[in-house]
Design a protein around this ligand. Structure first.
Ligand code: F6R
Length: 644
């Protein structure tokens, strides 16, 4: 079997804090290029351990986690089993936790998750699988927890414990307040944890309030611990876990007591670490253009000053004396940064005809451009770049919108029923089959069953109608609105299919037909398993395949951020300002997406409605520019260029 040695080396434990760069860090961590790289490295580490135990004729005791983070670890383990002969016959597993109460058949149970993602596809012996029992009678709960603990002990303890991390800083379901000496027990779930689980349970009210979890001590008893975290949603808690003091308020900090723990992160999850965010505070850093603007925007924030008011002293007192020595004095650095920021601002996102474009983000030629706005769901276009969309159209460019997925899963049964009842009242349908189906689905809470094709079609068509409302309001003909219905999305359930050639083909064809000068796409990297990231991967692959075509020489790609995050100031390469009236027009365009208003199915961890998020985010970007000493706009949409 091919074990990737360089990946194994990556995970080799090194005492934290022993290098200058990691002097603020109390947990050993490594940063993989992306979540998939990290997952493959972890899977190979596990496989190597299983094999070395096999050679010694010993069992390999694994502590396993569920959730979105380890899915690709399990996928790679399954691949190693199917394609490279990795056997699990000496493996004994203990899962960290389970909701309580919950049926094993429930699609949200961790029992179901583990079988679906790993156990059903490898040769592990059924009797070697241990998962806390969510079905156990309440009076036997305590004794089963004690028995779970004893069983681990009897087998000589866990050889390798895999962990994810919750936004509360929980490991397993050890929520804030958990004791260092805690063992397997029941626990009341934190509201934040329940909120994060709400979308897979079709609403927070369906998320169990309790769970069974291994304790902190149970986890710390493992011989080796690997914790993984992907995406910017985890950045804040990861920073606290690695650089903070040990506290029961953030149970992950307890791992600082353990002397063989490695955290595997992707660049987004690591982005709040001092050595990444402000490397100049840790050691000497490479002062390329990116680091210069990153450092200066940080310095403005830290000192509360605008760019042109920063002094040599400000630089010297904040770990940037070598920057001054290399590129100073501050006057030069300030002017460079001011101009850089100034040149990102444009009211002409498609380029300004007949103007000098030397310092503009976009080319002036051709003055009428063909544009494709890729929108993962039918509404991301207006939420994330409604103002820019509007300007492109009013400035005479040929704007096409490509809705990559139908978004049908995000329409509630109640909404769908409302529409179909109206429709059937008008057209008549004696059997009312679809009404019966929707009513049955509303009454049962069985989200395991995929929605029927008819229901998917209805919900997709609701979103289609809403999208036309918005695109007609902005003023593009229906012929320039493309509903791609990418097949990876069309499962009728939350779980999606893997990307296939069909997804790439459809994307490729659209680009080839339109031959755009500009492509806008959602560069949303916050949720590595979410639809936005998948949609972006599909576009990237299509661009790779189209790269050699002549028309692609004239095609520039701009990434906007989805509903959740915004680019950092130093990352922005084009900022499109909006007047108060344009902000209102954008709001109106978002309002057309009625099924996504007033408490949507997939709210994420932010309670605000999409239009509020969009407005606050755009106002905040404008405010950041203002604070740095640039013009004072009502709002701004931000883009970063992608070079393929
Ligand atoms: C799962 C578990 C939890 C998750 C954590 C992160 O067995 O114990 O601690 O690891 O909630 O979940 P994801 O990976 O979904 O972000």
């Amino acid at each position: 079997m091919m074990i990737n040695e360089s990946k194994l080396k990556l995970l080799k434990y090194k005492a934290p804090g022993s290098f200058e760069e990691s002097r603020f860090e109390k947990l050993h961590n490594v940063i993989a290029d992306n979540p998939n790289e990290g997952c493959i490295a972890i899977a190979h580490y596990i496989a190597d351990l299983i094999i070395s135990k096999q050679k010694e004729n010993k069992n390999c005791v694994l502590g396993l986690a569920t959730g979105s983070s380890p899915i690709n670890v399990y996928k790679e383990l399954v691949r190693l089993h199917l394609e490279e002969g990795l056997s699990f016959n000496n493996v004994i597993t203990f899962n960290l936790d389970e909701y309580y109460p919950i049926s094993k058949k429930d699609i949200q149970s961790y029992f179901y998750f583990m079988h679906e993602n790993l156990f059903n596809h490898v040769d592990i012996k059924k009797e070697n699988i241990n998962i806390p029992d969510g079905e156990v009678d309440i009076k036997n709960l305590r004794s089963t927890c004690v028995a779970y603990e004893k069983k681990i002990e009897k087998l000589g303890g866990v050889d390798l414990q895999i962990l994810g991390i919750g936004r509360t800083g929980h490991i397993g379901f050890n929520e804030p307040g958990s004791h260092l000496n805690s063992q397997t027990r029941t626990i009341t779930l934190d509201q934040v944890t329940r909120f994060d689980a709400a979308s897979s349970f079709k609403g927070i009210d369906n998320v169990p309030r309790k769970a069974i979890t291994m304790g902190i001590q149970t986890i710390l008893n493992a011989k080796k611990i690997i914790l993984m975290a992907w995406g910017s949603n985890k950045a804040e808690i990861i920073q606290k876990a690695i650089e903070g003091k040990i506290t029961d308020k953030i149970p992950t900090t307890y791992l600082q007591h353990h002397h063989n723990t490695t955290l595997v992160l992707d660049p987004q999850a690591a982005s709040e670490l001092i050595r990444i965010k402000t490397p100049w505070l840790v050691t000497s850093c490479e002062w390329d253009e990116n680091n210069r603007s990153k450092a200066i925007s940080w310095l403005c924030k830290k000192t509360g000053k605008s760019v042109l008011k920063l002094t040599d002293e400000d630089f010297n007192q904040n770990g940037m004396s070598d920057l001054l020595a290399l590129h100073g004095p501050s006057y030069d650095l300030n002017i460079e940064m001011f101009n850089r920021l100034q040149h990102t601002i444009t009211g002409w996102p498609g380029g300004k005809p007949n103007a000098d474009d030397t310092n503009r983000p976009e080319r002036k030629n051709p003055d009428k451009k063909r544009v494709i706005i890729f929108s993962p769901h039918p509404d991301d276009d207006v939420i994330s770049m409604g103002g820019t969309f509007d300007r492109l159209v009013s400035q005479g460019h040929e704007v096409h919108v490509a809705y990559q997925t139908s978004g049908n899963i995000a329409v509630s049964d109640e909404d769908a029923l409302k529409y179909i009842e109206v429709g059937i009242d008008v057209i008549g349908d004696k059997e009312k089959k679809i009404i019966k189906e929707l009513k049955a689905s509303i009454e049962s809470d069985d989200s395991k069953k995929p929605a029927s094709r008819l229901v998917c079609k209805l919900k997709g068509s609701i979103r289609k109608g809403e999208s036309y409302g918005a695109t007609r309001y902005i003023g593009i003909p229906d012929s320039q609105v493309h509903f791609m219905n990418l097949p990876f999305y069309e499962t009728g359930t939350i779980k999606k299919n893997p990307i296939s050639n069909k997804d790439i083909e459809k994307t490729l064809k659209l680009i080839e037909t339109i031959k755009p000068h500009q492509i806008y796409a959602a560069g949303d990297l916050a949720d590595p398993h979410g639809t936005h990231k998948v949609c972006l991967d599909i576009i990237f692959e299509a661009l790779k395949q189209l790269k050699t075509k002549k028309f692609m020489n004239d095609c520039w790609v701009w990434l906007y951020r989805g509903a959740w995050h915004e680019w950092e100031i130093h990352e922005i390469e084009m900022a499109v300002p909006m007047s108060p009236d344009q902000v209102l027009r954008k709001r109106k365009a978002i309002f057309y997406h009625q099924s996504q208003k007033d408490g949507v199915m997939f709210q994420g961890n932010d309670n605000r409605e999409f239009w509020v998020r969009a407005e606050e985010r755009n106002a905040e970007t404008a405010n950041k520019y203002k604070k740095m000493g640039l013009a004072d706009y009502a709002a701004m949409e931000a883009f970063k260029r992608y070079y393929f």
